[in-house]
Design a protein around this ligand. Structure first.
Ligand SMILES: Cc1cc2nc3c(=O)[nH]c(=O)nc-3n(C[C@H](O)[C@H](O)[C@H](O)COP(=O)(O)OP(=O)(O)OC[C@H]3O[C@@H](n4cnc5c(N)ncnc54)[C@H](O)[C@@H]3O)c2cc1C
Length: 817
């Protein structure tokens, strides 16, 4: 039933009546918000939702995606009973197929991760695959994994069920009502414009699927996504094909296979996709499809058919092509727009919108109602994106790769191949000449490791040691014993200035920032729940001026966090100066001697102590030197005005030979920092982790006058006694084992946590992991460090030595010399 009279205001307006918009409306009403209006341009499901294949497979690439998929599956199972609207759910299960040892390793690691979040799965033999799917060819399988609870649904029916549930909770849904404009006032959304008039709203949610970029543009908000052609075929009827055949996910052949009314459906995730709608989605595109490109798709179809060879003997009834939107990193875009309060986005589902739709609705509704998501969703938070990524040409080029990436191998350290070289630091060509193998972060090309003469600067991916392991070892050793040079110009740099800068930053920071000019402060920004929103250093440059430094992938988040917390009456301005300064990081015991050979300034420990900053002369140039380290050695971060950077670099390189200087890449930065147990935001610490749990209480000035955001929550947690979880560093006993992320941690045979980050520690001679260890009664130091710890790597458990103090230089003696 569609309502006719559009109201003039509502608490929440949702734009878009696909599975996502309807799920958010449903979940908002479940939280008791009845004044919800959903506006759909045409009819419900008329965008992408109507033609989806409806797979509900729970093993995803990331923890967040897996949790959202698990919630969705549980919700869809009960939706029909609750709403009376059929969902077409068939509990057929799914099977994931691995054709290579690498894919088998990836799936084994993945299914152990999924098990940690309650997903049931079993490794099965090819013979068992054959028993479950008699028509499938299994001779080429290395491994297979059965997920008995996976299912499929009818996406249109699920969406209608969510809409029905939302209406029952008070939501009003208006079809044939396109939104034509977004209303805003002083940085806050105030409503939407339609042909039938304006509709005021406290919150507006952009769930417009592949149109979300256009709707975002109405508000001046970047929603970087691009549509692509997406295919499945349906065979003629085949004997023996029945609805309970499990979904076969066959990444080696870029395909999934399932039953469809006695026929076989084969969905394709080809390696090189065709972007669609670059010039704009055609006017009136509803329940639309795209004429299939048979020539381009035939080789993929032939490959996919190998899994069920009888397909070759039956005709293809339909080759369907519909558009779906993809994002530059194959993760969803969710959350509040960085620069427009109360304007939320949920779009860019990379062909996973049905299987994650329930979870997305659950998270988004809580985010809107509570002001924060109910779990750490950084990997899908729209604030990880950057304004430049909304460039249509960039999006188009990246989409070629983004569609199929989910079915490719996800080796550790895998880099995107398309739409590269967006940002190059001023030293790029010199680093390339020195052998740099580049990876991408926030669009920057960054040297990850340096090839030796005669060695190709190219990754050879594997789950074991990759081709750059030895390069990393040598760079690592150089920093520990001599000196290394890192180009970290990609670092985000903000000036926060004005009479009230100290007041603003003190409210945000756990640490006291009202320090002497020239002092550096390591601090976190917390949310009101005491979780860590940012991990950064501030340097006081003047009474009313601070330099704020953070990792590039957090740029948008940190920038908007600060801006959004500057009170209206404060005299405080934030300026992004990232591109104005290169950053050359000189680290290692010979760092002082090397720089002193180029400078007339006194760089001694007395004149230039740890955690201070000063302008120093280097040859004919000047740089802001900050004496800090993320590697655990004596070191100087040199913030060099960009136009000085090449001469400064050249001098350091020319002088460096005498001091054993080596170029070092980001993999070495990571292997050094993990030995020292320095935390990595978004891995080891994030919005759901408190400084107490993370072992960072030392940054918290509990007695600071006026406190800081999160102070109350933190104080309560401190007074409540032992934390329920603590971050622990582990050294693996088997030096050949490698650990990456999300591997389960066991203590005396019981699962107590998962790994948050891992890397090989060349000085300590084995892989190192970080991870939270939890216990309901609270975690004592004894619990965290005594007992028998093991880390599960695919199908084996490796003993690990735990430590609450850094295993490398626990007293920090090497930094302060
Ligand atoms: C061939 C194919 C197979 C797929 N198979 C699966 C699968 O098996 N499992 C899975 O999980 N996912 C699958 N997907 C992906 C899935 O269909 C999408 O991720 C999902 O439907 C996205 O839902 P949505 O609500 O974000 O977008 P949509 O369904 O496109 O909804 C957006 C809505 O916004 C409306 N709108 C746009 N502009 C405006 C405006 N200005 N004002 C008002 N309304 C507006 C549109 O009309 C549209 O109805 C598949 C996709 C394709 C193409």
């Amino acid at each position: 039933m569609t309502q006719t009279a559009l109201p003039s205001q509502a608490r929440v307006v949702i734009i878009g009546g696909g599975v996502i918009g309807c799920s958010i409306a449903y979940h908002l009403t479940k939280l008791g918000w009845r004044d919800v209006v959903l506006l759909e341009r045409d009819q419900l499901t008329s965008g992408t939702t109507w033609h989806a294949a409806g797979l509900l497979t729970t093993l995803r690439d990331t923890e967040t995606q897996t949790r959202l998929a698990k919630y969705t599956q549980d919700l869809y199972r009960r939706l029909e009973a609750e709403t009376g609207q059929a969902t077409g759910l068939i509990g057929c299960g799914s099977i994931q197929l691995a054709m290579t040892p690498d894919k088998a390793e990836e799936m084994r690691r993945g299914y152990h991760m999924a098990a940690s979040f309650g997903v049931e799965a079993y490794e099965i033999t090819p013979r068992e695959v054959k028993a479950l799917w008699p028509l499938a060819a299994v001779d080429d399988l290395t491994a297979a994994f059965h997920f008995p609870n996976d299912a499929r649904v009818n996406p249109t029916d699920v969406t209608q069920a969510l809409a029905k549930g939302a209406r029952a909770g008070g939501a009003r849904i208006f079809e044939h009502t396109p939104v034509t404009g977004i209303l805003q006032d002083q940085g806050r959304v105030t409503g939407v414009r339609t042909a039938e008039g304006d509709l005021k709203a406290e919150f507006v949610v952009n769930c417009a699927g592949m149109w979300a970029r256009t709707v975002g543009a109405m508000a001046g908000v970047d929603v970087p996504l691009h549509a692509a052609e997406h295919y499945y075929l349906i065979s003629e009827p085949i004997e023996g094909v029945h609805p309970l055949l499990p979904i076969l996910r066959d990444p080696g052949n870029s395909a999934y296979i399932r039953e469809e009314a006695g026929k076989i459906m084969v969905g394709l995730f080809e390696k090189a996709a065709a972007p669609w709608g670059h010039e704009g989605i055609p006017e009136g595109f509803s329940f639309g499809d795209i004429p299939p490109d048979w020539d381009r798709m035939t080789p993929y179809i032939e490959t996919a058919m190998r899994r069920v060879p009888c397909l070759m003997d039956h005709g293809i009834k339909l080759l369907f092509c519909g558009p779906e939107s993809f994002t530059p990193d194959h993760n969803y875009l969710m959350g509040e727009a960085p620069a427009l309060r109360n304007f939320f986005i949920a779009a860019g589902f990379n062909s996973l919108g049905i299987l994650s739709g329930g979870g997305v609705g659950f998270v988004m509704a809580q985010w809107i109602v509570d002001g924060h998501p109910p779990m750490d969703v950084w990997s899908v938070n729209i604030r990880r994106m950057h304004a430049w990524q909304n460039n249509p040409r960039y999006l188009k080029d990246r989409t070629v790769e983004a569609l199929g990436i989910g079915y490719q191998d996800h080796w550790p350290f895998r880099q995107w191949e398309t739409a590269r070289n967006v940002k190059k630091t001023i030293l790029h060509d010199r680093l390339a000449a020195a052998g740099a193998c580049f990876g991408e972060s926030a669009g920057f090309e960054r040297a990850n490791w340096y090839a030796k003469p005669g060695q190709a600067a190219r990754y050879e991916y594997a789950w074991g040691r990759q081709n750059w392991f030895g390069n990393n070892a040598e760079e690592h050793a150089a920093v520990r014993s001599a000196v290394g040079l890192f180009d970290q110009s990609s670092f985000s740099k903000f000036l926060v200035q004005g009479r009230d800068a100290v007041r603003v930053l003190n409210q945000l920071s756990t640490a006291e920032v009202d320090v002497a000019i020239g002092r550096c402060v390591y601090t976190q920004f917390l949310n009101p729940r005491g979780g860590i929103e940012a991990d950064l250093t501030l340097t006081r440059l003047a009474v009313d001026r601070y330099l704020v430094l953070t990792a590039p992938f957090t740029h948008t988040h940190v920038e908007s966090w600060i801006r959004n917390h500057i009170p209206a009456d404060a005299v405080c301005v934030l300026t992004d100066v990232t591109d104005g300064y290169a950053m050359l990081n000189v680290q290692g015991p010979h760092a002082r001697a090397l720089l002193s050979s180029l400078s007339s300034d006194d760089l001694s420990n007395d004149a230039f102590p740890f955690a201070t900053a000063r302008w120093i002369r280097l040859g004919h140039q000047t740089a802001l030197a900050i004496r800090l380290t993320y590697m655990g050695e004596l070191g100087f971060e040199l913030y060099v005005p960009t136009n000085f950077a090449i001469p400064v670099y050249d001098q350091i390189i020319a002088a460096g030979a005498t001091f054993g200087l080596r170029h070092c890449g980001y993999h070495t930065l990571n292997s050094l920092r993990i030995e020292k147990a320095y935390r990595d935001w978004s891995h080891d610490i994030g919005p759901d982790d408190s400084p107490i749990e993370a072992g960072l209480s030392f940054t918290c000035a509990f007695d600071k006058a006026g406190g800081f955001i999160g102070h109350e929550a933190l104080r309560r947690a401190r007074d409540a006694g032992l934390p329920k979880r603590r971050l622990v560093q582990f050294l693996l006993e088997d030096p050949s084992a490698l650990v990456y992320h999300n591997e389960p941690i066991y203590r005396d045979g019981a699962r107590v946590g998962v790994v948050t980050s891992g890397m090989y520690g060349h000085t300590l001679g084995a892989a190192i992991a970080m991870g939270y260890v939890g216990q309901a009664d609270g975690v004592t130091s004894e619990f965290a460090t005594q007992g028998s710890f093991e880390i599960e790597l695919a199908d084996r458990r490796v003993k690990a030595k735990p430590s609450l103090k850094p295993l490398y230089d626990p007293m920090g003696l090497r930094l302060k010399v």
